[in-house]
Design a binder for this molecule. Structure first.
Ligand SMILES: Nc1ncnc2c1ncn2[C@@H]1O[C@H](COP(=O)(O)OP(=O)(O)OP(=O)(O)O)[C@@H](O)[C@H]1O
Ligand SMILES: [Mg+2]
Length: 240
């Protein structure tokens, strides 16, 4: 599968905790300029796969390559330095710092200091709603606004790729749509994204391709436009 156009390649990985295997032989890839969804129900293993990609846990077997580097043995901060930005579940902003201060936290690495004003402008152009809120405390923002700050902070790392764990979690339907549209803009600006979600309906609308995970195994994948009409998706996930 190794292909120069892929920023991320996960090849036949088994993952687990202790002696319990929870992910079985999963392979997936994300090419440059792609927005790829990884969807599945509660406990299907989505976050476990993200943890392995970002170096928090090690695969039992199989290989993960990020930007041509084999991830095995690299710590999360080393992957961040290589350009992998992980937007964690639950946003994790500093509530008593304002929006701009939260964004600037993303540019803490010495090599990022130079261009950080330009990147701040880029974040405000991707999320125009944030600009007038730049002096507001993050803790006072709505859930959807906080999610945009969390994504913006990841962009401040000047990453080669974004991985996101359930950005729609806890948001009202209106904000879910807003956040999904914002993620689409991020991908269209040239940043590849792996988007993990339970909300398959929304992910199919914005992503280019999608993988469906059940009980730690991939059961389906393909172009999102095709999956929307697939009988399994319509029946099991869209309730049609
Ligand atoms: N730290 C852990 N120790 C032991 N088992 C874990 C741990 N984290 C997750 N698991 C188990 O691994 C399985 C997959 O969990 P995971 O969090 O990857 O699922 P998920 O698809 O992200 O689910 P959700 O949509 O609820 O976030 C579950 O059975 C879970 O109980
Ligand atoms: Mg999860």
């Amino acid at each position: 599968m190794k292909h120069d156009d892929n920023v991320l390649e996960v090849e036949n990985v088994d993952l687990g905790y202790g002696t319990l295997k929870v992910v079985h032989g999963v392979s997936l890839h994300v090419a440059r300029h792609e927005l790829v969804g990884l969807v599945g129900g509660n406990g299907s293993g989505k976050s476990t796969i993200l943890r392995a990609i970002s170096g928090m846990i090690q695969p039992w077997s199989g290989t993960i390559r990020f930007n041509g580097n084999i991830v095995r043995g690299l710590a999360p901060y080393q992957l961040a330095e290589l350009g992998l930005a992980h937007v964690p579940m639950g946003r994790q902003l500093f509530p008593n710092m304002n929006v701009e201060e939260n964004l600037l936290v993303g540019s803490y690495l010495p090599r990022l200091r130079a261009g950080r004003q330009a990147r701040l402008e880029k974040v405000y152009s991707l999320f125009p709603d944030l600009k007038p809120l730049s002096r507001m405390m993050a803790g006072a923002l709505s859930g959807g606004q906080q999610q945009m700050v969390a994504i913006g902070r990841a962009i401040m790392l000047d990453p080669a790729m974004l991985i996101m764990d359930e950005p729609s979690l806890g948001l009202s339907p209106l904000y879910v749509k807003e956040v999904m549209k914002a993620i689409r803009r991020v991908a269209e600006a040239g940043l590849p994204v792996l988007l993990v979600e339970q909300n398959i309906k929304q992910v199919l609308k914005v992503s280019h391709r999608c993988y469906v995970l059940e009980n730690g195994k991939l059961v389906l994948d393909g172009p999102s436009a095709e999956l929307e009409g697939h009988p399994l998706i319509r029946k099991a996930y869209l309730g049609l």
